[in-house]
Ligand binder design. Structure first.
Ligand SMILES: Cc1cc2nc3c(=O)[nH]c(=O)nc-3n(C[C@H](O)[C@H](O)[C@H](O)COP(=O)(O)OP(=O)(O)OC[C@H]3O[C@@H](n4cnc5c(N)ncnc54)[C@H](O)[C@@H]3O)c2cc1C
Length: 361
């Protein structure tokens, strides 16, 4: 049996970047991804300005991604608009995750697809992950728990995330152009962002107790969302879903930051390291930064204990501020007030954006 230098579990942004940089550094790498085919992931599909160079450096083409230069915030009855401090991009996870897997393979990574890692055992300094033997492990299973590493406890995991791609009416698509629209309603909040092929990605979070409102067929869901937030109504008028039912995810441990390493040769990255509230649009960038940094540490002989300690210090303040804004968004009246504050001081958006971005690590 071949013993790889490293096994990376999970082929999302974190796992793919870790695998790509390990292979570029000359190590033999196995990347294990449980899904055998492209699939929709619940995500706002907003790639922050800090994430763009990471994708390009990993040889992921952004040719099909849209450009996003401004944002609008819609409270239940009031709205505001501000430019983004750094230009962002919109690209579906259906496409982006495939491009990431392809980039990893092009770097020499052995991709094992359609296999779910369930166990992790160590004997004579070698890990066994299913049928794979490797000297080090990178855990990048994202939102999914990987039982052999400690489970994550977050705050406010009682929200359910939904996502659907929409074909907007021509006027609404023109209005969304180059913008991400965030909207807040009584039991949740979400975003509408342009992605490739003229589609718009509608992604939102709702309190578990309220999800009955968005069950059933699209016209009923669209009606409910339009009534819940005035700013969204114009976009949903005559919009058609590109797939149905919506993709959904529950139990996301928002606010989690892993403080200590599981072992000195197991590196936890991406959502396995920290889960920043979705509204910041920074989760994928943190995933890529920590994946890349884990690879650099492995190549430099730095153990997971030191990696974990350093990464926690970098991401903790961002996660905390993101969580504060998440709380604000959960109060519709406060978010209406927030829109008034932004209208008066547009630099407030600048401040929140800059302080929830992760500096290059
Ligand atoms: C509602 C919502 C909206 C969001 N919006 C945005 C946004 O607009 N912008 C942004 O930057 N971030 C956003 N995020 C956060 C972002 O989606 C995550 O932070 C990011 O996907 C984390 O990347 P990852 O590689 O750690 O995990 P993932 O992207 O979840 O990838 C993990 C991979 O591991 C695989 N896997 C899991 N278990 C196993 C196993 N046992 N064996 C093998 N493979 C396994 C999965 O199939 C998956 O492909 C949002 C999150 C939510 C919930």
């Amino acid at each position: 049996m071949t013993t790889f230098d490293a096994a990376v579990i999970g082929g999302g942004p974190a796992g793919c970047l870790a695998a790509t940089y390990l292979a570029r550094g000359g190590l033999s790498v196995a990347l294990i991804e449980k899904r055998s085919t492209p699939h929709h992931k619940v995500c706002g599909e907003f790639i922050s300005g800090e994430g763009v160079p990471l994708l390009l450096d990993a040889d992921v083409s952004l040719a099909q991604a849209t450009h996003i230069s401004g944002m609008r915030l819609h409270g239940p009855t009031r709205s505001c608009e501000a430019p983004l401090p750094t230009a962002a991009r919109g690209l579906s996870r259906l496409l982006m995750d495939e491009l990431l897997l392809e980039a990893a393979q092009n770097s020499g990574v052995k991709l094992i697809r359609g296999e779910r890692a369930k166990t992790l055992k160590k004997a004579d300094s070698v890990f066994h992950v299913g049928g794979i033997a490797a000297r080090r492990v990178v855990c990048a299973t994202g939102k999914a728990e990987f039982k052999p590493v400690q489970t994550r406890a977050g705050r406010d995991s009682g929200m359910v995330g939904f996502k659907v791609h929409l074909r907007l009416a021509a006027k609404a698509l023109g209005c969304l152009r180059q913008h991400v629209d965030l909207f807040v309603f009584e039991s949740g909040y979400g975003g509408l962002a342009p992605v490739e092929d003229g589609l718009a990605n509608l992604c939102f979070l709702m309190e578990r107790e309220a999800i009955a409102n968005v069950q059933g067929e699209w016209p009923r869901v669209a009606r409910w969302l339009s009534n819940a937030c005035e700013g969204l109504a114009g976009y949903l008028d005559n919009a058609e879903p590109a797939f149905w039912p919506m993709a959904s995810v529950a139990n996301v441990p928002y606010g989690f930051v892993r403080e200590t390493a599981v072992a000195d040769d197991i590196y936890c990255v991406g959502d396995q390291l920290a889960v920043i509230p979705s509204l910041t649009g920074e989760g994928m960038t943190i995933a890529m930064q920590t994946g890349k940094r884990a690879a650099e540490c492995i190549l430099a002989g730095v153990g997971a204990t030191e990696f974990q300690h350093d990464m926690a210090a970098v991401v903790r303040p961002r996660v905390e501020l993101g969580f504060l804004v998440h709380r604000l968004f959960k109060s519709p009246r406060l978010s209406d007030l927030g829109t008034q504050l932004v209208n008066r001081w547009p630099r407030l958006i600048d401040y929140i954006f800059r302080h929830t971005r992760t500096p290059a690590v």
